[in-house]
Design a binder for this molecule. Structure first.
Ligand SMILES: [Zn+2]
Length: 330
């Protein structure tokens, strides 16, 4: 009860100063769509990578580099659009599932072109530890529908459950990926850095900002397709002093922004499945193993080394953070 009053007090204090939506805990609708400089970078990256992959695959099968390149550009556009939409996932399942569907279309098209198939011959979409695959029998392991296990995604799910975090079926369904609520996330060292960065950014936008202004931080973490969200939010003033913590309001702008950030990470896990295509097209033994075991290891084999290399760095300095930080709602 005391905690609750404390929370209300702080909220009242923040409502008087509205320089950024992040200061308030209001339950307004989603912020309007904007195209920032960072969007151009993310779009350019996806269009470029997809175009080159698709062009190479197309050229290898004598279908013309530029034809594949053009298709890859469009696929990269869909991958960007999916990520952009995912930033809004916390607001509605329409955004969450729409983002996943569009993003999967982009990645599937890129993969099809890389493998030398028609752009829409196979459609693959991930849900938690499963990859569902629909398409032409010849290139879909002999069936119009197939399902594959993503071992890294299964391991992450088991890890989250073993930590004793609470699986939230409602949030999981709403966001299209397994969601757990957690009392303590293994991210503690990141908070001071996040606080410092938040203050620096707001000061740049508004140098006159009252140092007494209170803002909130909520932690989230993504492991492949499994998301952990903090049950508590911590508050600080603009000097960086800790001002107390309270129960997270999952309808607040902050919480929805964190959800969007984490959902973008889940899409990244799908995005980096390059090796699946390379196994399928160039290494028959690995392709056969994948057909027999119904396992797809492509994303895990990319994510794991990147995680090992970056795990000692603070959150925003990791390579994998560039995209969600660029696109998240601010
Ligand atoms: Zn992140």
């Amino acid at each position: 009860m005391r905690l609750k009053r404390f929370l209300c007090l702080l909220t009242a204090a923040t409502l008087t100063i509205p320089p950024s939506k992040l200061f308030s805990q209001t339950n307004d609708g989603p912020p309007s769509l904007t195209f920032r400089k960072a969007d151009a970078v993310v779009l350019g990256f996806h269009a470029g990578v997809s175009a080159v992959f698709s062009g190479i695959g197309s050229a290898r099968r004598k279908k013309g580099f530029w034809k594949g390149f053009a298709g890859g550009l469009a696929a990269g556009g869909a991958i960007y659009a999916g990520n952009k939409m995912a930033a809004y996932a916390g607001y509605s399942p329409v955004y969450a599932y729409g983002a996943k569907a569009i993003h999967s279309l982009g990645v599937s098209t890129r993969d099809n072109l890389f493998l030398g198939y028609g752009p829409f011959k196979r459609y693959q979409i991930d849900f938690g530890p499963a990859r569902l695959s629909f398409g032409n029998k010849r290139i879909n392991d002999g069936h119009a529908f197939n399902a594959y296990l993503l071992p890294g995604a299964l391991a992450a799910l088991i890890w989250a459950a073993a930590r004793g975090d609470d699986f939230d079926p409602k949030l999981s369904l709403k966001l299209g990926t397994p969601f757990f609520l957690s009392d303590d996330l293994p991210l503690k060292g990141d908070e001071p850095e996040a606080v410092k960065k938040f203050i620096e950014e707001r000061r740049k936008e508004n140098p006159e900002l009252d140092p007494e202004t209170v803002f909130w931080i909520q932690r989230g973490i993504d492991a492949t397709n499994t998301v952990l969200l903090g049950k508590k939010m911590n508050s600080y003033d603009m000097r960086g002093n800790f001002r107390g913590s309270g129960e997270a309001d999952f309808n607040s702008f902050l919480s929805r922004s964190v959800m969007g950030h984490e959902v973008i990470h889940t899409l990244q896990y799908r995005e980096v499945n390059f090796l699946d295509g390379i196994f399928e097209t160039g290494i028959p033994m690995l392709d056969k193993a994948s057909n027999i075991t119904h396992m797809k290891l492509g994303s895990d084999l990319v994510i794991l080394p990147s995680w090992l290399a970056d795990r000692k760095k603070s959150h925003d300095r990791r390579l994998i953070e560039l995209e969600p930080v660029a696109l998240e709602l601010k």
